[in-house]
Design a protein around this ligand. Sequence first.
Ligand SMILES: Nc1ncnc2c1ncn2[C@@H]1O[C@H](COP(=O)(O)OP(=O)(O)OP(=O)(O)O)[C@@H](O)[C@H]1O
Length: 269
Amino acid sequence: MIEFEHVAKHYPDGTVAVRDFSLTVPSHRCVVLLGSSGSGKTTLLRMVNRMVDPTGGRVLIDDADVRDSDPVALRRSIGYVLQSGGLLPHRTVADNVATVPLLTGATRRAARSRALELLGRVGLDESLAQRYPAQLSGGQQQRVGVARALAADPNILLMDEPFGAVDPLVRRELQDELLRLQSDLGKTILFVTHDVDEAFRLGDEVIVLRPQAEIAQRGTSVEILAQPADDFVRGFIGADRGRRSLRLATSGGRQVAVDLEGHAVGILE
Ligand SMILES: Nc1ncnc2c1ncn2[C@@H]1O[C@H](COP(=O)(O)OP(=O)(O)OP(=O)(O)O)[C@@H](O)[C@H]1O
């Protein structure tokens, strides 16, 4: 469980990235921070692994203040996936994934076999293990990034726009993969995105943020879509532009959900 207790982040230049943010992320759940650029999402995420220290309030992991833990050990114990993949360019794929197990004392042999197992888990063929990151597609690099984040078998995964740099089809594949992994592994995931569809697909709970990480609304995708808290949320999720509106049409005795342009999106069971 991750708890943010009235955290704030004021930068020396006067920027208030986070004003007063409180949230509990329950264990084994995926909570998504959804907000536009500059709303403070990355700042909040990095407070968990102490890449950013709050200027007010505190962050607890399983009731322990992260300030009391060694930052390097803390970072090794938490999986972190970035949009850019963050892979080491001069190390092979297998070595990239094996880095953390090696640092935490695994033998070379054990680290390597763990790396190969994880590559399989994220849907990558073993034949890619000896390649360098630049020899992979963007989607494959992101899979390696996820495998690397899982390498230390962390309880917590922090994911910062991890699928933002790939095309929409691959993005969907990676989302499916994460949903599958999560149903197997049950990690505590804090996921940052500005993409509403992604947030609604992945989040057990979605936190819609205004600037300075002010919570505009929190809830399941169903709750937010059914009852947007205000005009800001309505605008952000596109409900005000009819983007999320469907209507029912009947064809051959079946009820079909169609979007506002008349394209079929699903069938009512
Ligand atoms: N070192 C810094 N000094 C001053 N201001 C900063 C610093 N780092 C971040 N900020 C500011 O803090 C605010 C929040 O930044 P943050 O990166 O958390 O937003 P974000 O929601 O993750 O945005 P994005 O989606 O664009 O990554 C922004 O206004 C940003 O300019």
